[in-house]
Design a protein around this ligand. Structure first.
Ligand code: NAP
Length: 283
């Protein structure tokens, strides 16, 4: 039997830490604020935004939601970002992706002040992650590192294989594992011998977006398996890993739901607190 890495439990610990940080700042007369922008009616995005708002409320972070209609122009959105960049009570700005196709996502990400870029998508913050000198880390990879640390799983010297090379998950995940002295391989859709590469992994991270993509024959006995995938199959949430087959081969594994998912929001809260501290010269 594999050890279950419980994202709900670990995210609760992270959120308790953040809540304490928010209280400490309040004692110094500083409030923490997050602005969340959503454009259009994407149902999944609406759920994500609602969950982020709820987490803010739980932790004493002030959240401002800007729900804009699908017809919002790029200029209007950029003007709002600029307004929020200059708004003192807002420490973090998050623009929920994807944006409608008539808006250039890259332009919007570039417009967010790097100091308020709590998603860590701005090229300035991406570059800082590359050189290992960063304040914010994209929330999902940051959450995974937190899980490994919480479970006492050392990365140093381990063979780490990440399947997926997105800017949001795969690439920053690879960099964070590298900074912890893992030996990292990042795989993608053109990778040859994927099965063999995965089978060599001590730590295997699956961020593919395909249900049950990682099968038992891709996992080394005793490997740690982190499942980032959030796929809907017959209305049911399911990961990128064939959990039933891999559980028992892996020494530890994250479930879906209840694994990486809850960590992502907790790390967003953590990044917002960090932003508030930085902006008030407390770190
Ligand atoms: P993405 O941008 O679609 O990237 C998927 C990656 O998988 C790409 O790099 C792609 O390779 C690679 N890939 C696709 N088919 C492959 C194959 N047959 N063999 C090897 N690699 C393959 O997705 P993402 O944004 O990184 O998200 C990945 C998954 O994580 C999704 O299910 C998403 O919903 C989930 N997610 C979960 C959380 C959370 O909080 N739990 C957060 C973010 C994302 P190419 O680059 O060559 O196309």
């Amino acid at each position: 039997m594999s050890k279950l890495i419980n994202g709900r439990e670990i995210s609760t610990a992270v959120k308790a830490r953040v809540a304490k940080g928010v209280i400490d700042l309040k004692a110094e007369g500083i409030s923490v604020g997050l602005a969340v922008i959503i454009v259009g009616n994407n149902p999944a995005s609406k759920v994500y935004v609602a969950n982020k708002k709820k987490a803010c409320e739980e932790l004493g972070i002030i959240s401002e939601e800007y729900a804009l209609p699908e017809s919002t122009t790029e200029e209007e959105l950029l003007a709002l970002v600029e307004e929020l960049n200059n708004k003192k009570s807002i420490n973090g700005i998050l623009c929920q992706l994807p944006l409608p196709s008539h808006i250039d996502e890259k332009k919007v990400i570039d417009a967010i002040s790097p100091e308020k870029d709590v998603d860590a998508f701005h090229p300035h913050n991406v570059g800082r992650i590359m050189i290992g000198d960063y304040d914010f880390v994209p929330c999902t990879p940051a959450g995974i590192m937190e899980m490994l640390e919480y479970e006492g799983i050392s990365v140093e010297g381990k063979k780490c294989v990440v399947i997926g090379r997105s800017n949001i998950v795969g690439k920053p995940m690879g960099m964070l594992l590298l900074h912890k002295n893992g030996t990292v391989t990042i795989c993608h859709s053109r990778t040859r011998d994927l099965k063999e590469i995965c089978r060599s992994a001590d730590i295997l991270v699956a961020a593919v977006g395909k249900a049950k993509f990682v099968t038992a024959d891709m996992v080394k006995l005793g490997a740690v398996v982190i499942d980032v995938g959030m796929n809907r199959v017959d209305g049911k949430l399911c990961g990128d890993v064939d959990f039933d087959a891999v559980e028992g081969i892996a020494s530890a594994i994250t479930p879906v739901p209840g694994g990486v998912g809850p960590m992502t929001i907790a790390m967003l809260m953590q990044n917002t607190l960090t932003a508030a501290k930085k902006q008030n010269n407390l770190i």
